[in-house]
Write a protein that binds this ligand. Structure first.
Ligand SMILES: CC(C)(COP(=O)(O)OP(=O)(O)OC[C@H]1O[C@@H](n2cnc3c(N)ncnc32)[C@H](O)[C@@H]1OP(=O)(O)O)[C@@H](O)C(=O)NCCC(=O)NCCS
Ligand SMILES: CC(=O)OP(=O)(O)O
Length: 363
């Protein structure tokens, strides 16, 4: 859990204002309450005042409540949204209606600098949550695509290999082509370093390892690897690889050539499409007992993150912490993990070596 502790410590060092559009959901209210009690954030819960207060059990200490339907700044936000989207056909009345939706209002708070980040998706679908961020917050300078990752933490006694891993893209880009998959891989690699302070070793996953099967879907992964190597020759990346060859040393040794750098020791797993990625992370979480934090969005101009509708109040707390830490990075004048900088210094850089993550390699 040390990767998570680092994130929480980073948030506590500079608590941020995080707006949560689903303020009347009990998991959101409990996560926000814990964030205040542990001194990691200044939450703003959106929703009808009485409903939010009820979710908080009547205790709103340290938490702001704002109702997009009646908020005084709603009109200014509607005008800002109209300016942003009128070229796409949105008139002012439509902008007024849209800004009353909590997801849109929260994204606008972040865009306008009235909140440092937003966390939604405990109730709304990922498509709804991400669409508000895409349309209102938009791409980070230099980013071509917004995608997402999960921070997967193996920390149970029964996990033979403990540690923090990145799975991408489990939440957003449905059927990436080779160029998009390459962008996702580069963003995920940089996100891994930002989360852990460790060097990424990227496995590009497939149903084939080093040509063991032939298919156009395999060709797509191989092409993505070529594109990443062209753009970032120093990044350790291999593919196409099956998951076992990327995660289990003995299988990696059996299936890959002696010169392989990964050999069962990848820490960033890039899936070929959203079917594989979303199913894969949920299996790891629900059958494998991995702690799954995400989807964290990469490629946005400012922090906006999603949750699974199956999230717990702990997941909400951890996502608030992660979003605060992203905001601090941005304010420190450094690129967000999402912005794919040439080099990433980790906010959570550990003074100790990689064993800090509790990684004990099997085999
Ligand atoms: C994210 C998602 C909603 C975007 O879908 P979409 O139909 O392209 O959405 P929209 O057309 O409303 O796009 C909104 C804007 O974002 C842009 N956009 C869409 N996907 C983008 C991406 N990955 N990166 C950057 N911009 C993107 C669109 O071009 C559009 O721009 P514009 O409105 O300024 O022209 C869609 O990809 C999706 O549903 N993904 C799967 C989500 C999901 O169910 N995940 C599983 C559970 S986690
Ligand atoms: C990330 C994800 O799968 O979200 P949901 O469970 O809400 O669909």
């Amino acid at each position: 859990m040390l990767a998570l502790d680092r994130i929480i410590d980073a948030a506590r060092a500079a608590p941020r204002s995080i707006v949560l559009p689903e303020g009347s959901d009990p998991r959101i209210a409990a996560g926000a309450r814990r964030a205040v009690d542990e001194g990691i954030a200044r939450p703003i819960l959106l929703g009808a005042h009485e409903e939010v207060l009820a979710a908080l059990g009547g205790d709103a200490r340290g938490i702001a409540i704002e109702d997009p339907a009646t908020a005084p700044r709603g009109e200014a936000y509607a005008e800002a949204l109209h300016l942003l989207r009128h070229a796409k056909g949105m008139d002012l009345p439509a902008a007024r209606r849209r800004i009353r939706e909590p997801l849109a209002y929260a994204a606008m708070m972040v865009r306008q600098g009235d909140a440092d980040g937003t966390v939604g998706g405990a109730v709304a679908t990922t498509a709804e949550t991400v669409r508000a961020a895409l349309q209102i917050i938009g791409l980070a300078p230099g980013a071509k695509i917004v995608s997402s990752f999960f921070l997967m933490i193996l920390c149970e006694e029964y996990h033979a290999q403990k540690g923090a891993y990145v799975f991408s893209d489990c939440g957003l880009v449905i059927d990436p082509d080779a160029a998009e998959l390459a962008d996702i891989a580069r963003a995920a690699a940089h996100s891994y370093t930002a989360m852990t302070g460790e060097a990424p070793r990227v496995a590009m996953l497939s149903f084939s390892t080093n040509g063991s099967a032939r298919h156009q879907r395999v060709d797509k992964v191989v092409e993505a690897v070529r594109l990443v190597r062209q753009a970032e020759p120093d990044l350790v990346i291999e593919g196409e690889l099956q998951f076992d060859a990327a995660f289990v040393a003995t299988v990696g040794a059996a299936k890959t050539a002696p010169g392989s750098q990964i050999r069962g020791d990848a820490n960033v797993f890039v899936f070929p499409n959203l079917d594989a990625a979303n199913i894969g992370y949920k299996i790891a979480q629900r059958m494998g007992g991995a702690k799954a934090i995400g989807p964290v969005l990469q490629g946005l101009a400012k922090p906006a993150n999603d949750l699974s509708r199956g999230c717990s109040q702990d997941d909400v707390f951890h996502m608030i912490a992660l979003t605060c830490a992203q905001a601090s990075r941005a304010d420190a004048g450094r690129a967000l993990p999402s912005a794919m900088p040439a080099r990433v210094d980790s906010l959570w850089q550990s003074p100790r070596p990689s064993t800090d993550l509790g990684v004990t390699r099997a085999g």
